[in-house]
Design a protein around this ligand. Structure first.
Ligand code: P6P
Length: 333
């Protein structure tokens, strides 16, 4: 029987012809270790008194869950010793945390330590999202990197099975955490998103706030066989972007968190650097598409660490159809 492909074996032998930079391998392994620890802390939360609120708000003005703080500290503690890691940019921290004087080729780690944490206390899936870019030149402290500059992105999903899903630029690979050994073993090679789908994910309670193109799209999906789509659609909403993206990578679908009358002043809800960009890279690497309704997310030039953007991603034909509705709407303005 052929040897199982562990994360280490994948990174050192299969990820890229000629092998990845060993320092990138160290960093990805450290991220995997951090996610393994976070998974354990989630499982033991009830015994450790770690459910509920931390009693503070984060830089986003959101109530921090105890496990938001713990997950952020785990990421920082485990990853900060990675040899060529120069800085951390976390959803939970105002500013970048510089670990060393930046040198060209050093790595920058962007992460949302615990995405969807409102699901924790009700025992539903949550995740961690990460993205890795590099420092341009010695002394360069610019962390506002466009999505196309990412070397690696991925997520851990803490669900019935804990998985690590990542890309290093040549496809999307899913590793399941083996209970007992804690090994991440390749179980989902080359995850792909079909161009067509009949499943969409959006928080439908915001219907009254949406712009016309989004309402048009959702109305047509809801009309099913009786409408212009000529087929019935299903809807999902899990309140965790990681879970939505994982479902889409596994069986297709489209996820929308558009700008609306409730979040327009903030630019949307989801953050570009450590949510939208890493997920957009995964989705494109799997053959899908990711836009803000008009532009490709990976082309967007960030203007701030915690900048928010609209996100529409998943099966390419559906993302394209929604973009066409936005263009038609803009043309009629
Ligand atoms: P809503 C979680 O808070 C998150 O940032 C994403 O993971 C998720 O897709 C979305 O917000 C859920 O938003 O409107 O259901 O609270």
């Amino acid at each position: 029987m052929s040897e199982p492909i562990t994360l280490r074996r994948f990174l050192t032998r299969y990820a890229e012809p000629g092998g990845l930079d060993p320092n990138l391998i160290f960093l990805i392994e450290d991220i995997a270790s951090a996610c393994r620890v976070i998974g354990n802390r989630l499982r033991n939360a009830a015994f450790e008194g770690n459910h509920g609120l931390a009693g503070d708000t984060n830089v986003q003005g959101e109530d921090q869950k105890k496990l938001d703080v713990i997950a952020d500290e785990v990421f920082a503690r485990i990853c900060e010793s990675s040899p060529r890691l120069a800085a951390l940019v976390s959803e939970e921290r105002e500013d970048a945390v510089w670990l060393k004087e930046p040198e060209g080729g050093d790595y920058l780690l962007f992460y949302d330590p615990l995405d969807g944490s409102s699901n924790i206390d009700v025992n539903l899936s949550v995740g961690s999202i990460f993205s890795i870019c590099t420092v341009g030149t010695d002394g360069d402290r610019d962390v506002l990197k466009a999505g196309d500059a990412q070397h690696c992105s991925g997520y851990a999903i803490y669900g019935p099975t804990m998985m690590l899903v990542l890309t290093v630029g040549s496809g999307v690979y899913g590793f399941s955490c083996e209970y007992g050994t804690g090994d991440f073993r390749l179980t989902h090679p080359r995850m792909t998103i079909p161009a067509e789908t009949s499943e969409f994910a959006i928080n439908a309670s915001r219907y009254r706030l949406w712009d016309a193109p989004v309402r048009r799209y959702v109305d047509e999906c809801s009309a099913g066989m009786t409408g212009p789509c000529g087929r019935d659609f299903n809807m999902r909403w899990t309140a965790s972007m990681v879970a939505e993206v994982h479902r889409i990578l596994t069986r297709g679908g489209v996820f929308l968190y558009p700008v609306d009358d409730g979040n327009r002043a903030a630019g949307g809800k989801l953050r570009l650097l450590y949510e939208a960009s890493p997920m957009a890279l995964l989705v494109e690497q799997a053959g899908g598409a990711a836009t803000d309704g008009h532009s490709r997310i990976l082309d967007l030039q960030p203007t701030g660490h915690h900048q928010r953007v609209p996100v529409i991603l998943g099966s390419a034909n559906e993302v394209d159809r929604i973009a066409q509705y936005h263009t038609a709407d803009a043309g009629s303005a």
